[in-house]
Design a protein around this ligand. Structure first.
Ligand code: SF4
Length: 325
């Protein structure tokens, strides 16, 4: 849960998760839909699926006991070098390094390292450096201290150097250049995406569909959604026409003209998306679904809580429930 998510944000989700799934066995044997539902709101849903895979493996291969051997931890689904290092050092006090954004910043400043921290080729350098600094047998305290130093003292803007316990050894401070570190390569420009989603109703029920496994947000439910353009702003009337055409093609001619309800923003690592919301009704028969169409359902508002939605679509479902749409 803490990958890409801050502690305060994750805590309520963690508590809810533990109420649903208090043991490894309960995660392993749960309905995958219930696992996704319990994860709803945290995003990056592959983590929830990996967690269940991992629980199954621990049950089948390790007799239900979390493995302690570093290679075994690393072989668990969704566990990479960082998470394995965190578990090995913090849970089992093994001398294994962890390098996160906080650690990168602290090390960059402490040693005035000019290597950009966001270039893949420099990753190894920072991992080796952190590894070489661990006092033998004290990785648990050392790794946590280094991360906390970055989170609480060596802040991205305005580091609190006067309160810093390592200020006497800090090269960036000595050179009065703390703001120059960490060094980054040029920022990658985000792709601007225009998308649209349709709240389609029929006799008090709403059309939703399940994204296929293997696709982004696979296994999650959504109101029908279409990507309309990449890196190109479209005027509202063009968006409205595109949505009407796409909806007619998918649901048939008994569809009322979609009403434009405004837009919400979605932010991804490499994309910045504007999601336009539309509402429409089916006033007659629905066109038969195409052969390869995704699993679908007509759900009432009360049904929504049984379906795991992605964050944006959970927001849309909440708007429908509150009659705001
Ligand atoms: Fe960071 Fe300042 Fe401490 Fe250096 S002295 S590690 S820049 S907080």
């Amino acid at each position: 849960m803490l990958q890409q998510t801050q502690m305060e944000t994750a805590l309520p989700y963690f508590r809810r998760w533990m109420r649903h799934f208090p043991t490894i066995e309960s995660v392993a044997k749960a309905d995958p839909k219930a696992v996704l539902k319990a994860w709803q709101g945290l995003g990056y849903y592959s983590r929830a699926r990996n967690l269940q895979e991992t629980a199954k493996k621990i049950l089948d291969v390790h007799g239900g006991v979390f493995p302690q051997k570093f290679e075994d931890i690393l072989s668990l689904k969704g566990v990479g070098r960082y998470t394995a290092g965190a578990i090995a050092s913090i849970a089992f006090n093994q001398d294994r390094p962890i390098v996160d954004g906080n650690v990168l910043r602290v090390l960059s400043r402490l040693y005035a390292i000019k290597k950009p921290i966001d270039l893949e080729k420099n990753k190894e350098y920072f991992w080796k450096l952190e590894d070489s600094l661990i006092p033998k047998g004290r990785a648990r305290d050392f790794n946590q201290a280094l991360m906390e130093l970055g989170a609480l003292v060596c802040l991205p803007q305005d580091p609190r150097c006067s309160a810093c316990p390592v200020r006497n050894s800090c090269e960036a401070l000595k050179r009065e250049e703390t703001e120059r570190y960490p060094v980054r390569a040029k920022k990658r420009k985000k792709i601007l995406v225009q998308a649209a989603s349709l709240v389609l109703s029929k006799e008090g029920r709403f059309f939703i569909r399940r994204r296929p496994e293997g696709k982004i947000m696979g296994g999650l439910w959504e109101f029908p959604e279409w990507k309309l353009s990449f890196d190109r702003e479209l005027p509202a009337h063009v968006i409205e026409k595109k949505v009407y055409d796409l909806a007619l093609k998918e649901f048939g001619s008994s569809l009322s003209k979609p009403k434009n309800l405004g837009k919400i923003k979605r932010h991804y690592t490499h994309h910045q998306e504007t999601l336009w919301l539309f509402r429409s009704r089916l006033e007659g028969l629905e066109k038969a679904p195409a052969k390869n169409s995704w699993p679908r359902a007509w759900a009432t508002e009360d049904d929504f809580e049984r379906y795991p939605f992605s964050s944006a679509h959970a927001k849309i479902a909440a708007l429908v429930e509150s009659s705001a749409l």
